[in-house]
Design a protein around this ligand. Structure first.
Ligand code: TEU
Length: 557
């Protein structure tokens, strides 16, 4: 595959609400991001992805858009955006926006109009359906955030569909006018010079005719078979590609909810001209069976290896993916997959070494570069995420969990973990705001913060910088043939990669114990590209990896 800029690049995801607040209203803003562009550049990333910055009543923090071509007031103005974009480009970075095209806000003018009457010209911008014969919802679909996916409107006596909260009505993509509205919004931003879009829940845009009931086979499969991958999704995506994306030097990144390896090619095979890259969920969901707060399975390294392998094989030579292990919807990377305690630093560095050496574009999430951890919220009053709040309410109503148990689950898996404000310094409010932060700041900000790590050559932050610089120089990190080593080990992850005439070998200890890897053949201290410890205990026969040690060797030609 040709290693185009977006394939070679590293994506840095910003959750603007929690990044940096310049105005003092307690909410991060665009000027705050502009102020930190030199910091972002210093990470050696290439593409900034901004979670939604558009007008929104914030029921789901911007994933409920009320005007696609206006900036959320709390975040600043359009001229702040223009400045951010031009300063981003000045530094040789790219900027992509988060396009939420499956649904909008119920406060969007389209929906307000649509609700007025059955004859309103915006009525079929949405999925309005008659009640079932018993007066209840048209089918058994559940919202991702709890309860029925249908909301009744007394005035017009029909239900509308909302796969997320009831303030996020699903748009009706069958209607060509809706598609044109979305394309126009995309053009508006592309004409300003943005470099592409991350496309929120894009596999959900085409609904199944007649809205068939979902069989009772677990939420994950329901997503795949009933909500996502609808009959016209590929036609819509091709149209979007031809009419919009291809007209610009831009790329599209699909949030891959409901897309498994068999279906991946249909979305991202290069010759199909639909989407450029897939952000798959399997790593993020590797311990989650059927959605948040439900039964979890323990982390299993062999399973993780097979996920990476399957995805690599699924798109090899034909399409492209990005790999991520954290974002604004999941618990913190190091808390979930690493070791928050004694080996916090080592495990954070090991995890990013693994991700940065997988085939595909690398996506990292703000704060992971300094090893930010999960937060402890004391009571439901401190919880801000609508998914967690709904879960709490439902748990209290159904008495499935006590309040203490529900809070425990929220603190473990809830989305606020990843949304606490960025920890810049030891100053008040972690240097994030001079106002009252919209969400609690993690109490550990005095020890975990950017300013402390900036000048510490041994910090997680400087490890990220170094690793990403090395990745830029070594295409074999990004792409190549992979040979697994000791695949069945649940403690050790190792692989040899080759691309063109270059090769590397990656050795990762996933435990807090030493691990002896038998064979030091072809590996020499002179060929170490990166190592998260000061030294390596090795000889010709074996390498003794320290807890969470990660080493990448260059293989001699
Ligand atoms: O997420 C889609 C999505 O699948 C999430 O609901 C995810 O399953 C869940 O958070 C994991 O528990 C996207 C956005 O990333 C998310 O922030 C939005 O809330 C959602 O779409 C609706 O727009």
């Amino acid at each position: 595959m040709e290693l185009t800029w977006y394939r070679k690049g590293t994506i840095y995801q910003i959750y603007p609400r929690s990044f940096n607040d310049k105005s003092g209203n307690g909410v991060g803003d665009l000027k705050g991001i502009t102020e930190k562009l030199d910091y972002i550049k210093s990470l050696n990333v290439d593409i900034i992805w901004l979670s939604p910055i558009f007008s929104s009543p914030n029921d789901d923090n911007g994933y409920d858009i009320s005007d696609y071509c206006a900036i959320m007031e709390e975040f600043g103005t359009m001229s702040d955006f223009d400045e951010l974009l031009s300063e981003t480009h000045k530094r040789g970075l790219r900027l992509i926006l988060d396009l939420v095209a499956n649904h909008c806000s119920d406060e969007h003018n389209w929906f307000k109009e649509s609700k007025k009457s059955r004859n309103n010209k915006y009525r079929d911008y949405f999925h309005w359906v008659d009640p079932a014969s018993d007066g209840g919802p048209p089918n058994n679909w559940k919202s991702f955030f709890g309860g029925s996916a249908w909301e009744y409107d007394k005035n017009t006596e029909q239900y509308y569909l909302h796969l997320f909260t009831k303030k996020q009505p699903d748009l009706n993509w069958e209607n060509p006018k809706v598609r044109e509205e979305i394309y126009n919004a995309m053009r508006f931003w592309l004409d300003k010079g943005v470099d592409g879009f991350r496309m929120d829940v894009i596999p959900l845009i085409s609904k199944r005719k007649g809205y068939p009931d979902a069989p009772d086979f677990g939420f994950r499969k329901i997503i795949e078979d009933i909500y996502a991958n609808g009959p016209r999704v590929h036609e819509f995506l091709r149209e979007m590609n031809q009419k919009v994306i291809r007209q610009y030097d831009a790329f599209s990144l699909a949030e891959g909810i409901g897309i498994n390896q068999e279906l991946a090619g249909l979305y991202v095979n290069e010759d199909r001209e639909e989407l450029d890259m897939l952000y798959h969920f399997d790593v993020l969901e590797c311990t989650i069976v059927n959605g948040k707060f439900e039964e979890e399975i323990p982390f299993d390294l062999v399973n993780l290896k097979s996920i990476f392998k399957k995805w690599r094989d699924a798109v090899h030579g034909t399409g492209w993916i990005t790999n991520a292990m954290g974002n604004h919807d999941f618990a913190r990377l190091v808390s979930r997959f690493g070791n928050e305690g004694k080996y916090w630093k080592e495990s954070a560095k090991m995890l990013i070494t693994m991700l940065a050496t997988q085939n595909g574009t690398l996506s990292i999430y703000q704060g992971d570069e300094i090893g930010m951890t999960n937060v402890n919220l004391d009571s439901i009053d401190e919880v801000k995420d609508v998914q967690s709040i709904n879960f709490y309410k439902e748990s209290m109503e159904s008495k499935k969990y006590t309040s203490i148990e529900a809070m425990k689950l929220i603190n473990k898996e809830g989305r606020d973990n990843a949304r606490t404000p960025m920890q810049w310094s030891e100053d008040i409010n972690a240097g994030f705001t001079e106002g009252e932060p919209w969400l609690k700041i993690n109490e550990n900000y005095k020890t975990i913060n950017v300013s402390r790590q900036d000048n510490d050559s041994n910090s997680i932050l400087n490890y990220y910088r170094n690793l990403l610089a090395i990745r830029k120089e070594n295409d074999v990190f990004i792409y190549g043939d992979v040979e697994e080593l000791d695949f069945n080990s649940n403690s050790f992850y190792g692989y040899r990669k080759s691309f063109r005439d270059k090769g590397i070998i990656v050795l990762l200890n996933f435990t807090d114990k030493n691990y002896e890897y038998i064979s030091g053949k072809g590996m020499s201290m002179d060929d170490v590209l990166i190592n998260n410890y000061d030294n390596i205990l090795m000889n010709e026969e074996k390498i003794n990896l320290k807890p969470y040690q990660a080493v990448v060797f260059r293989l001699s030609d």
